[in-house]
Write a protein that binds this ligand. Structure first.
Ligand SMILES: Nc1ncnc2c1ncn2[C@@H]1O[C@H](COP(=O)(O)OP(=O)(O)OP(=O)(O)O)[C@@H](O)[C@H]1O
Ligand SMILES: [Mg+2]
Length: 313
């Protein structure tokens, strides 16, 4: 019996060793097959990505071609636009120039006739002709300025002058306009000795535009207030009215040329102008390194227009 046990021990050890060998081989085989599968999967993913990249590259190239085509077209239309704009500016200045002369003679002759012994009705007609030619004259003047702005030729003739003097000189004319409309024009104190190096004529034009607008857009018996103040290196002019007001979405747009506020419903007032005054005023103020703006609490609640120009130190 002992002999049998002794003989069986090496045999079982042999079997155990063989078992281990088989298990190791099977596990090695499984590991290598799993590794191959992963490798295969990664290759597929890489392949898919490469295909997608190639596709995207193709699309990118196509887009680039399209963009290049569009850019060529855009530059051609830009050139054409520039040419048309130049033609428009030339046409505008030609028309403006040719209308000015006959207009002056219509006005001159009408005034001459007014001085003759004409009947009441004829005098009324003649006065109408004179005021209509004045209105047309103002439009022509604005269009001339616009043509000059567009051609980059609106030059400022700068000299040193006392700013309040400029305003004082034109106030009598503005007061007459206010009286005609029945609007109360109130002028607050002028700051003393404010010297400005600027184009006196052009800055008076800005001031007149703001005050005349305020008078135009304010109903009779209401107030328009003018005030001036020093603000750092600037002198600020403010024109506050109790008129029809401006919708908040339009306080900037009204400075664009030919823009008239769309939220204001008064057709009659709109027809009295062309939407040019503020755009010209803005050009003039900017040419003086100044600024211009408007604020309004809302429609029907009045507005305040202001502009500022640097004071000569
Ligand atoms: N004081 C104001 N109150 C309310 N709205 C104003 C006032 N001033 C200007 N606006 C608005 O801004 C618009 C543009 O003004 P702008 O002075 O440029 O043109 P206009 O007065 O209509 O015509 P133009 O000045 O060419 O005779 C006006 O049509 C009006 O809608
Ligand atoms: Mg105006």
């Amino acid at each position: 019996m002992e002999i049998l046990i002794i003989a069986l021990i090496p045999l079982s050890l042999l079997l155990l060793g063989a078992g281990f060998l088989v298990v190791a081989q099977v596990s090695g085989f499984m590991q290598s097959s799993f590794f191959n599968q992963r490798q295969h999967f990664s290759n597929m993913v890489i392949q898919q990505y490469m295909e997608r990249i190639a596709l995207a590259q193709g699309q990118l190239y196509q887009r680039k071609q399209e963009l290049e085509g569009m850019s060529v077209k855009l530059s051609l239309s830009n050139q054409e636009l520039g040419r048309l704009n130049e033609m428009k500016s030339k046409f505008l200045s030609m028309v403006v120039h040719d209308v000015r002369t006959p207009l002056a003679s219509i006005r001159g002759f009408s005034e001459l006739l007014l001085k003759k012994n004409v009947g009441e009705r004829e005098a009324m007609y003649l006065k109408n002709i004179v005021s209509s030619t004045d209105q047309l004259g103002r439009l022509i003047a604005d269009l001339t300025d616009l043509a000059m702005i567009e051609a980059g030729k609106l030059k400022m003739e700068k000299t040193d002058f006392f700013f309040p003097e400029m305003a004082k000189d034109i106030l009598p004319g503005l007061s007459i306009n206010a009286q005609k409309k029945g609007v109360d024009l109130v002028v607050h104190d002028f700051p003393e000795g404010v010297l400005v190096d600027g184009d006196k004529f052009r800055l008076s034009q800005v001031f007149m535009n703001l005050v005349n607008n305020a008078i135009k857009f304010t109903p009779a018996d209401k107030k328009v207030e003018i005030s001036f103040r020093r603000e750092g290196k600037y002198v600020v002019t403010m024109v506050k009215d109790a008129g029809i007001g401006i919708h908040s979405s339009e306080t900037k747009k009204i400075f664009e040329k030919f823009y008239q506020a769309k939220h204001q419903k008064d057709e009659k007032l709109r027809k009295q102008g062309w939407g040019l005054g503020l755009s010209i005023a803005q050009e003039v103020v900017r040419a003086h390194q100044g600024d211009i703006g408007a604020a309004s609490p809302g429609l029907g609640k009045g507005s305040t227009f202001w502009f500022k120009v640097p004071v000569k130190s």
